[in-house]
Design a protein around this ligand. Structure first.
Ligand code: AMP
Ligand code: MG
Length: 343
């Protein structure tokens, strides 16, 4: 049986914290997506996360904390730059990769000598972390390969009967996982795009960071570990529709005409208006205006999961501008299409 705790009830959170302290798996909301939590300093609890998710053991986990001093215990070194970044962006949707202290079990970092740490801003997550008083390892609370969970119901679908409990804290605000910034290299590299963007580091701290996976001259900037695995993939085939104006509309019409049914569309309000009549057998999800990419990010995984439940054979997804949080949206969409290496 899996407990379903109410995030509004302090006593429920206390029970969840107690369960975590006793080595159980507890899913909880953060501002990005739901996390599947376990005691991050106990290898047995950490192994249970990998087993429950079916996650490859070389795909490392993020440790969640509520106090900056915890980061100093988990990392071998916190440079003045790292501290400046923490002060500016924590709590929030940013994970920092730092040199690992020996107190961090190897299974957390997939054998690397680095550790990824984040201080979430979600109030329930913060309360839970404060009550447990231990760093909590928490990957996204979805079965490995599936779209991440952005509400308690999604977690329930994947883990009912497989984990100790779920704290229901409603819908996640950001909707895509945290930005992962590697601070063990110079200049720092964004290994995974999220709501905190390269422009923000530049604007707020005057700091230049590189976008991972890109090429600068002859040099290949490293990708995030784990990115070689299948990610965010619904059961159906996802087709990405990109471009602008008449070209985009023609491309979508062409795809609709040939796509295997059942078919789902996830398009902007603007594109839907331009598309005109849509065949009756097609299910449509309006992502909202092309100018509100924060909303796209917040709804992305919910829409992919909705189409999964409806057993869609094909999903046509509109691409967005490769800027701000749009970089994170395109990163997840490309992976949902099967982009990148697969295992
Ligand atoms: P998830 O927990 O599903 O959000 O995925 C966590 C991701 O954080 C991993 O797939 C990596 O991309 C990244 N990550 C975690 N630990 C490290 C680390 N030590 N070095 C680099 N990236 C990391
Ligand atoms: Mg994940």
């Amino acid at each position: 049986m899996t407990y379903r705790w109410d995030g509004k009830n302090k006593e429920d959170i206390r029970q969840a914290a107690e369960a975590l302290r006793h080595g159980q798996l507890v899913a909880f909301p953060t501002e990005t997506v739901y996390g599947l939590g376990a005691n991050g300093l106990d290898p047995l609890s950490v192994k249970a996360i990998y087993e429950a998710k079916g996650r490859p053991s070389d795909n490392p986990l993020i440790l969640h904390i509520y106090d900056k001093n915890q980061a100093k215990a988990l990392a071998r070194e916190v440079t003045p730059l790292a501290e400046k970044i923490m002060d500016e962006f924590w709590p929030g949707p940013l994970t920092l990769v730092l040199p690992k202290d020996i107190c961090v079990p190897d299974c957390i970092s997939g054998g690397r000598d680095t550790v990824a740490i984040r201080m979430p801003s979600n109030i329930l997550a913060r309360t839970l972390l404060r009550m447990t008083r231990i760093p909590i390892a928490a990957p996204s609370a979805n079965l490995s390969g599936k779209p991440s969970a952005t509400c308690a119901e999604h977690v329930w679908q994947d883990f009912d009967g497989r984990i100790y409990g779920i704290i229901d804290g409603g819908v996640c605000q950001v909707g895509v996982e945290s930005t992962v910034l590697d601070l063990t290299v110079e200049p720092p590299v964004i290994l995974r795009p999220g709501a905190i963007t390269a422009e923000m580091f530049k604007e707020r701290l005057g700091l230049e960071v590189l976008q991972g996976g890109a090429k600068v001259g002859d040099k290949e900037i490293p990708k995030a570990p784990g990115m070689k695995y299948r990610h965010y993939a619904p059961k159906g085939k996802v087709l990405l529709a990109q471009g602008q104006g008449a070209e985009l509309i023609d491309d979508i019409k062409e795809k609709i005409a040939h796509a295997q049914r059942p078919l789902g569309l996830m398009l902007s309000s603007e594109t839907l208006a331009d598309l005109g009549e849509i065949p009756q057998d097609v299910t449509v999800r309006d992502l909202g205006s092309i100018n509100d990419l924060n909303k796209w990010a917040a709804e992305l995984f919910e829409v992919l999961r909705y189409f999964d439940q409806k057993e869609m054979a094909t999903i046509i997804a509109e691409g967005c501008a490769y800027e701000k949080i749009g970089i994170a949206v395109m990163n997840r969409l490309t992976k949902a299409c099967g982009g990148g290496e697969k295992v």
